[in-house]
Design a protein around this ligand. Sequence first.
Ligand SMILES: NC(=O)c1ccc[n+]([C@@H]2O[C@H](COP(=O)([O-])OP(=O)(O)OC[C@H]3O[C@@H](n4cnc5c(N)ncnc54)[C@H](O)[C@@H]3O)[C@@H](O)[C@H]2O)c1
Length: 391
Amino acid sequence: MVGYAFMGAAHSQAWRTVNRVYDLPARARMALICGRDTAKVADAADRLGWDAHTTDWRDLINRDDIDVVDICTPGDSHAEIALAALAAGKHVLCEKPLANTVAEARAMTAAADAARATGVRSMCGFNYRRVPAVTMMRQMVADGRLGVIRHVRAVYLQDWIVDPQFPLVWRLQKDRAGSGALGDIGAHIIDLTQFVTGQRISGVSAVTETFVKERPLSAESSGLAATVDGSAAPTGPVTVDDAAVFVARLDGGALATYEASRFATGRKNALRVEINGSLGTVVFDLERLNELEFYDATRPAVEQGFNRILVTEGEHPYMSAWWPPGHIIGYEHSFTHEMRDFIEAVASGVDPTPSFADALQVQLVLDAVTRSAELGSSWAEVAPALTAAAV
Ligand SMILES: NC(=O)c1ccc[n+]([C@@H]2O[C@H](COP(=O)([O-])OP(=O)(O)OC[C@H]3O[C@@H](n4cnc5c(N)ncnc54)[C@H](O)[C@@H]3O)[C@@H](O)[C@H]2O)c1
């Protein structure tokens, strides 16, 4: 694994857990973790349960006994690490968004396609697909329970940079993160809605905004310790969007709206998706991730209404290995499910999803949103991926 902070910890938790929960054809051994600071990565290895640590990710590539490289770094290093790992015959799990640019995502997808021919697998970490209620939504759409999909309504809202004094961390720098709220959280709702509906976004009209354009440099961004004496800290420009809002057409005929913001005061990690079809409506809310709301318009009119489905039965996706019905799961379990599917696919010699090609398609949507916003919200078609991808 490369990176040991937020996603490093979440993925480590999942790697530690997955073989204890699920019966799988292969067992994960947490061999080597990489970070840039020797003392911190040593501490992380100890805390998160890794056998050894290093400060150079190339050590993972060079070790013959390492089969899988899990990339949990900011987007500016995804392409370089993934390309080197695939070339060395390592299976790759890479966090979202796949890359910082379409060009990088195309190169990674081409490398993944070439590596597939030699049995090397790759996957992008859109973990919300693997929340059982979300997987179930997809099944309901595929089974025709919603009929023809007319509307998709998706929001992903946070508020962690409302304070203009919040420092200029890597997520606020285009060269490190690619984009702001758009690529960080907007990418999740793009992938999730395409996954659930089986339809792809074909074009968009967007607005984006950077509400706070200058922020204090952080220790991380300046190489300096943050000032604590009240004197004005040096500042730097925010080079990404704080919020992105767009309307979209899906290629199956649905109309969609998306809102991704880090300025939604009071909203901590509020991901909500509603899908309206000719036969019903289904709603997912991450703050109540064990539940789905379902309106079944095929029921007699006198019985119609929104039903709350508790997605904790053994028959529900991923749930058979967890607790008795009604004993709920949480955020971290989506990563355990991600590792389960990844291990199963690699060990069985099949391609896990979402593939790099799927993640490239999300990148193309991000690119279309950016282009549209730059051109005063004019309609932007999503460019073809030019490579096989299955949502
Ligand atoms: N799936 C999700 O829900 C989710 C949530 C948060 C972040 N992410 C994604 O995960 C990735 C990492 O985000 P994060 O929140 O964990 O960031 P973070 O800042 O918490 O952690 C980044 C880690 O990468 C390390 N790092 C950076 N450059 C490195 C390099 N060149 N070599 C080795 N280590 C390096 C840092 O030291 C740190 O340990 C991003 O792509 C982000 O978009 C996904």
